[in-house]
Ligand binder design. Structure first.
Ligand SMILES: NC(=O)c1ccc[n+]([C@@H]2O[C@H](COP(=O)([O-])OP(=O)(O)OC[C@H]3O[C@@H](n4cnc5c(N)ncnc54)[C@H](OP(=O)(O)O)[C@@H]3O)[C@@H](O)[C@H]2O)c1
Length: 317
């Protein structure tokens, strides 16, 4: 629960107005333990910030960029724990992502934070022994994880699974075919599993478990999501929506063209194509298993439950 009581730990939440940070705040609110919550945003006047303020969150206006390092350090002062996330898609610059993450880790440390939970991803270049070298937005996060582990502060990397909401993303959204059925175009074998997670509802469960662990698992890595093949996703979506939906395996070239046609910069197309190759050849977490759900405040939603909870009317028209 959120409290203003100064005896409760103060959790600094980056990305408070977004999917991941928003999920963390939702879960802190639902916890039986009291927390003070400080959320960061560039705009505390927007409705989502105002809504958080109404719920008791202290919203701090700050831009978490290296040019603004003084303000960033000030923003973390006095926090007991911190959840950190970067927003690659907004600037699409892997080096900037690592630099901002390192700056936040430093700011948290100097500000007095005793636990950091960070949203990282695997280092594809290292784990593939140099075979998959272009997934910049994974390697950049992994570089920050390495830095965080050496910070001297207990540090848990709670890696984000494949967002279930990606099925609303135009790059992989289902396409209606002439016979009235739908195809989800993916450059992935339908039998390959991905760790799918309803990020907005469930990511915070994993973060809270890391924050509340009595013995903080220093340096550990958490792999969120529940494994499901894309074939099974199509079956469950068909059952939930009553439409006939299949996975259409397309080539990487076809996928890249689709991204480029939608205006994605070349380096992001290259990055995403290598990401799909990584999923196919090494698995989303590089062959490591998804984490146990034991000790989470509740069981994460299955893909079927996510599908039932969503409105697909604009996708399957
Ligand atoms: N899609 C997937 O399947 C997937 C899987 C794994 C990981 N990811 C990663 O997830 C991350 C995005 O997280 P998300 O989905 O939670 O993003 P999101 O919903 O788009 O939210 C982004 C958040 O970042 C904040 N933000 C951005 N720039 C900021 C700045 N300069 N200063 C302060 N705050 C800033 C925004 O705050 P304000 O706008 O309020 O300032 C907002 O709260 C990306 O790094 C992506 O690579 C995605």
């Amino acid at each position: 629960m959120i409290t203003q009581n100064s005896s409760a730990p103060l959790i600094a939440v980056v990305g408070a107005t977004g999917i991941q940070g928003g999920s963390v705040i939702k879960t802190l609110t639902a916890s039986s333990k009291p927390y003070r919550v400080r959320g960061f945003t560039r705009d505390a006047t927007k409705p989502v910030s105002q809504d958080l303020i109404a719920k008791g969150v202290e919203m701090v206006t700050v831009s978490l960029v290296v040019d603004n390092v003084k303000e960033v350090f000030k923003a973390f002062e006095g926090a007991n724990m911190a959840f950190l996330v970067t927003n690659f898609l907004e600037h699409m610059d892997a080096e900037r992502e690592t630099a901002e993450a390192k700056m936040m880790i430093d700011a948290a440390k100097v500000g007095g934070v005793e636990r950091i939970v960070w949203s990282g991803l695997p280092h594809c270049t290292k784990l593939s022994a140099g075979k998959i070298t272009h997934v910049g937005h994974y390697d950049s996060k992994a570089a920050a994880s390495g830095y965080g582990r050496q910070s001297g502060i207990p540090f848990v990397d709670v890696q984000a699974g494949f967002y279930a909401s990606n099925f609303f993303n135009p790059w992989i959204a289902p396409v209606k075919r002439a016979d009235g059925t739908y195809a989800i175009p993916l450059p992935l074998s339908p039998t390959v599993p991905l760790p799918v997670i309803d990020m907005a509802r469930d990511y915070g469960l994993y973060v809270l478990r890391a924050l509340e662990a009595p013995v903080f698992p220093d340096g550990s890595e958490v792999h969120t999501g529940l494994d499901i093949t894309m074939e099974e996703v199509a079956i469950q979506l068909s059952q939930v929506t009553g439409k006939r939906i299949i996975i259409e395996q397309i080539t990487l070239d076809q996928y890249g063209k689709k991204m480029a046609d939608s205006g994605a910069p070349v380096h992001v197309v290259v990055d995403m194509l290598d990401a799909w190759k990584w999923f196919e050849e090494f698995g989303y977490y590089g062959g490591e298993a998804t984490s146990s759900v034991e000790g989470l405040a509740k069981h994460p939603l299955s893909f079927r439950e996510f599908a039932k909870a969503e409105d697909w009317s604009k996708v399957f028209m």
